[in-house]
Every structure is written in C-alpha cells, then in structure tokens.
Ligand binder design. Structure first.
Ligand code: ADP
Ligand code: 5GP
Length: 230
C-alpha cells in the first residue's frame, strides 16, 4: 500500500519550492498532478505543474467519477485524479498531493492513514514579502491571497505535522525527514540506525502536539489564536 502524503500551505509560503527540494532527495515518491481550470502562470507547463483544462472538460471528468476529490479555489476548479493513486500503487511508490485545506479533509476521510503536513510561513510580513518578490500576482490577487491565508491557517490543527518554512534548507530537510520517518513507521519492529533515529526525532518535533510554541507567534501575526489542546 502506498503512503499518501498531503501537503497544504497558504499560497506563497514556499510549498512548491519545498516540494521541489523534496523530490530531489527522496526516491519512490510520485507527485499527483492536479487538474485545474485556472490559466498557466509564469513558466508553468501543461502536464508538469498541472493539467490545464477547460471548465467543460473538468465537469465531464467530475461526471465520469475520475476525481478522488475536487474543489473550487479562487474561483477555479482544482481536482486530484484517482489514476495517480492507482499508478503509484502499481509502481510501489508513495504519492504526494499538493492540495488545499478543503481537499486535504476530503482525502483524510477517503484514505485511511494519509499523512498530512501543513506548511506555515514564519509570519504574515514574510508571507506578504514572498508573494510580492515571487512577482507572479497582481496587487489585487496578493490581497486576496493574504486574506485567504488567514482563513487557511486557522485549520492548521487538522494536520498531523506542522512545518515552519523559515530557512529553506532546514525546512526541506524536515520535510524529507517526515516522509522518511513515516516510511520507517510502516516497517515497525525493525532496528533503527543512528541516522534513522535522528530523522525520526526531527519528524516527531514537527508533530502537531509538539508545535504549540512555534505556531503561537505565527498565529499572532495573523491575529489568530491557538486551538486549545495543541
Ligand atoms: P507556494 O508554492 O507556497 O505558493 P513558492 O514556492 O512559489 O510558494 O514560494 C513563494 C516565494 O517565496 C518564491 O519566490 C520562493 O522562491 C520564496 N521562498 C520559498 N521558500 C523560502 C524561504 N524559506 N525563504 C525565503 N524565500 C522563500
Ligand atoms: P495555485 O493556483 O496557487 O497553484 O493553487 C491554489 C490552491 O489550490 C493551492 O492551495 C493548492 O494547494 C490548491 N490545489 C492544487 N491542486 C489541488 C487539487 O487537486 N485539489 C484541491 N482541493 N486543491 C488543489
């Protein structure tokens, strides 16, 4: 059985950057390329970041039951196709989904044992700065993304792991360690090497219940409060 990893983050937190780094470091991991009706941005290519389709095509796929989940984000359809999970399983690979908060909850309901990771920016100011320096969005879209970020961040406590993307290299290593630690957990009973013990510790430190102190100032920068019990 493949492990399904779900990665969500407010837009601009550095999720695509981290996921790219992860794929350079971890083998036997497939990326689920979502379908979307939004137009390509910057250097995005059809079949690489997304499959870019028309609303009609997307709606036909919904009718044909081709989606594991789909949602409307910023006025466009986005959906995860079943076929990526089937293909990963056939190759004995794990599968990573880059989806929003709504999609993550739907996948968690459908796939038992799916591992969810929420990426947070260090604070609101840095998120705004990253959105601006990325240079892909208009001022109006940046405003909308910042408002949405606040609402998305409110859902952080639904995730298994919290990753604060401060120093890129360190965050990428943490993401790798979470992925590898989950694989090790599946092989329970096997004696761990020193390196494996170290990565399991790094992953544990990112677990939701270990993240309270790190999350607190980030929430405060978005005028949010921590959820009780985390
Ligand atoms: P997302 O996929 O979450 O929307 P991106 O990966 O496009 O975000 O990152 C947004 C911008 O922030 C990009 O310009 C990227 O180079 C930059 N960035 C990503 N991670 C970091 C980091 N740890 N420190 C500084 N800048 C970062
Ligand atoms: P963007 O347009 O910036 O690439 O993505 C906007 C949002 O849509 C992001 O939060 C991204 O994670 C989410 N998204 C991308 N693909 C899917 C998908 O297949 N399903 C869902 N539910 N959300 C997706």
């Amino acid at each position: 059985m493949s492990i399904v990893y779900i990665v969500s983050a407010p837009s601009g937190s550095g999720k695509s950057t981290l996921v790219n780094e992860l794929f350079k470091m971890v083998r036997h991991l497939d990326f689920s390329i979502s379908y979307t009706t939004r137009p390509p941005r910057g250097s995005e290519q059809n079949g690489k970041e997304y499959f870019f389709v028309s609303r009609d095509e997307f709606e036909s796929m919904i009718a044909a039951g081709e989606f594991l989940e789909h949602a409307t984000v910023f006025g466009n359809y986005y959906g995860t196709a079943w076929r990526f999970l089937r293909e990963a399983e056939n190759r004995s690979n794990d599968l990573l989904l880059d989806i929003d908060v709504q999609g993550a909850s739907k996948i968690k309901e459908k796939i038992r044992g799916a591992v969810s990771i929420f990426i947070l920016p260090p604070d609101r100011e840095k998120l705004e700065w990253r959105l601006r320096t990325r240079g892909l969005d208009s001022e109006e879209v940046i405003r909308r993304r910042l408002d949405t970020a606040r609402r998305e961040i409110e859902n952080y406590s639904k995730y298994d792991y919290i990753l604060v993307n401060n120093v890129l290299e360190q965050s990428a290593d943490e993401l790798r360690d979470i992925v590898l630690a989950e694989r090790l957990e599946k092989k329970s009973g096997v004696e761990l090497s020193e390196e494996e013990k170290r990565l399991v510790e790094t992953a544990q430190a990112c677990r939701l219940d270990q993240s309270r102190e790190r999350v607190q100032p980030i929430l405060a920068s978005f005028n949010l409060q921590a959820v009780k019990g985390t």
